[in-house]
Design a protein. Sequence first.
Length: 283
Amino acid sequence: GGTACVVTGQPFDTAKVKMQTFPNIYNGLVDCFVKTYKQVGFRGFYKGTTPALVANIAENSVLFMCYGFCQQIVRRIVGVDRKTKLSDLQNAAAGSFASAFATLVLCPTELVKCRLQAMHEMQLSGKIIQGHNTVWSVVKGVIQKDGPLGFYRGLSSTLLREVPGYFFFFGGYELSRTFFASGRSKDELGPIPLLLSGGFGGSCLWIAVYPVDCVKSRIQVLSMAGKQAGFMGTFVTVVRTEGVLALYSGLTPTMIRAFVANGALFLAYEYSRKLMMKQIDSY
């Protein structure tokens, strides 16, 4: 599921990070795509793909594993049998709980991904003299400068994004599946309803938490150039100096990516899960 998400959404994610961190350089999605292609070529859209793959595979593995555990916790809290189907709202709460655990594996890999994606702009703006162009060089740079805890720059903003965001993510997905199922079992849904449901869930997540993600990207990228303020400090600085709309820079590629990538994520997740369950049942 995580692999499908990255393969389909990485170019839009790269544009999102660039536009969030350097809103004055780009005048929209098309301008960002054109400038990136001219400056770095097609490979520029897939900068940070390796850590993005690691991040998404790790995050979604932990997320969906913990989602199952958190569903059982929710069942205990509401006092129902462990095989009882949860409501869409209860599934949304379970997803929100699960995201807190996924954040611990997501934050370090996303920091490396964001820095690789915005490395060209950091050099162009003069914030850093020489950039790191490989995953290992970025990892080594973080360890040398800040130590292992440096990988958790932006952890609080990542948590602020993930916990409420995944409530809307799983809530939107389950509500959409309920709508398409129309009284039937959700497990009987075909690929198109699953794609649309995943896309709707992803859109709900990003609409709800986009300003938080913008602050997170700035903290993780700009901390390369020196000490960077925390979540509230960065948030206030952006609003005062650039206005509220700066918090929504890069929203267009994010919404395109959210629908396409999360549709692919849930489609791959549901079908791979069914395949695995069949293998288990055959033993």
